[in-house]
Design a protein around this ligand. Structure first.
Ligand SMILES: *Cc1c(COP(=O)(O)O)cnc(C)c1O
Length: 426
């Protein structure tokens, strides 16, 4: 049976398929560049695993306190080597990206300190962590104040506003690499380096933390290569390679990471405790696969941007723009179009392909959210997924795909649903 025959059984028509093929023909050079980045990152991960002499004995499960867990300690050394940092905390006890960021912030900010975001409003869930939206146990409740400098039109840094916002109280600067649910551009590692340089020139002892969610392995350098004191992310995004079923990481200076470990477990205990519960094979193998998985997701994002841009939809980043993360925003203009797009992504899934996504309330988000995700790991957004808050400009944020071919099919089916419902014309 031919490929189109199989696709037709999944509801994908010839016209949409051929539209996709025409778009793909123009993307060969972009895809080659992505493969070269993946090759460099693969080498970086392999070297770190070899240097730390990872052996099959390091995959053993530990339970209880998890004392003397050599596999856990070496995994953290592997992460530290790949991110070129002094230390790393990589744990299943970190439940998600928001938790990792919360640990990093609350460990390094004390009452009376001030937190600064020089890149505008942070990711939705961080707003309650900080207390921008009042919430029990927020940093604000513990006496940590917050300031923000917005971006200039076009999404560039407002250096004068940032200089004015740095005061003697400013202890930590949080820089979000990815746009999250905003329609600003994501920042390149180079841009983040310039911003860190600027902040450290104004206040040399300020701690610079980067929310690296969705950015890992997109470039051959990471924010920790350009001066970040901490880089933080989720293992059910890029660095987990789709295999990690839970977890987060914080890589950075020993001083910062030690404090994170004391905050995560308890003062005095720190990094010495924390059983791995049998998850190390998934963590190691996922990290090993992560450069290739990230490359597949990037190809999907670029394909989606070029396909949808050609149909008149605004895409962020644009089809020919450089990438700093794996997220692709497509402004669809209506709730109905968001639902159709998500229905297509869901229909392409290996798991729960029969489900129909509908908008609903989500903890941590202040508008209704629609999510399409037929994932092996619940909520994993390195797996093919699409989501977005139901509010203007009705943008869906599309990301992931453990394989490029799955990402491609999902994007084509999203367009097919839009065409079927009269919401897009070829
Ligand atoms: C996903 C994400 C987070 C939060 O991660 P969760 O794992 O969903 O808690 C924080 N910041 C950014 C930019 C993200 O993309």
């Amino acid at each position: 049976m031919n490929l189109l025959g199989i696709y037709e059984q999944m509801g994908l028509g010839k016209q949409v398929y051929e539209r996709g093929e025409a778009v793909l023909e123009r993307l060969a050079d972009r895809f080659r560049a992505i493969d070269r980045t993946a090759e460099a990152n693969q080498a970086k991960v392999l070297l770190a695993m070899q240097k730390n002499r990872i052996g099959a004995n390091h995959f053993a499960a530990t339970t209880g306190y998890g004392y003397d867990d050599d596999g856990r300690e070496r995994l953290e050394k592997v992460y530290a080597d790949v991110f070129h940092t002094e230390a790393a905390l990589v744990r299943p006890q970190i439940t998600c990206g928001t938790h990792a960021l919360t640990v990093a912030l609350s460990a390094n900010l004390l009452p009376g300190d001030e937190l600064l975001s020089p890149v505008g409003l942070p990711y939705d869930t961080l707003q309650e962590v900080i207390g921008i939206r009042p919430s029990p146990c927020s940093l604000a409740e513990y006496g940590v104040s917050y300031r923000q400098a917005g971006l200039r039109p076009g999404g560039t840094f407002d250096y004068e506003a940032i200089r004015a916002a740095i005061t003697p109280k400013t202890k930590l600067v949080t820089i979000q690499r990815s746009k999250g649910y905003a329609t600003r551009p994501s920042f390149s590692v180079g841009q983040i380096g310039e911003l860190i340089d600027f902040c450290k020139r104004v206040k040399p002892d300020v701690i610079c933390m980067v929310d690296n969610c969705y950015g890992e392995f997109v470039d051959v350098v990471e924010p920790s290569d350009v001066g970040a004191d901490m880089v933080v992310g989720s293992l059910i995004k890029n660095p987990g390679g789709g295999l990690a079923p839970i977890g987060g990481y914080i890589c950075g200076t020993k001083t910062c990471v030690d404090r994170c470990a004391y905050r995560l477990s308890a003062p005095g205990l720190g990094q010495e405790v924390g059983a791995n519960l049998g998850l190390l094979p998934a963590f190691y193998q996922g990290f090993f696969l992560a450069p290739a998985v990230t490359a597949g997701a990037l190809k999907g994002a670029i394909f989606a941007a070029n396909l949808y841009e050609g149909l008149g939809f605004r895409c962020i980043p644009g089809g020919s723009e450089a990438r700093s993360d794996i997220i692709q925003a497509v402004e669809l203009g209506s709730e109905a179009a968001m639902c159709a797009f998500c229905a297509g992504i869901q229909a392409a899934a290996p798991v729960d392909s029969f489900a129909a996504p509908v908008p609903g309330d989500m903890p941590g988000y202040d508008s209704q959210v629609i999510m399409a995700a037929g994932t092996f790991v619940q909520g994993s957004s390195i797996e093919l997924s699409a989501d977005g808050p139901i509010r203007p400009p009705y943008a869906v944020y599309f990301q992931g795909g453990l394989t490029w071919h799955h990402a491609k099919l999902g994007i084509l089916l999203s367009l097919q649903k839009m065409v079927d419902r009269g919401l897009a014309e070829l």
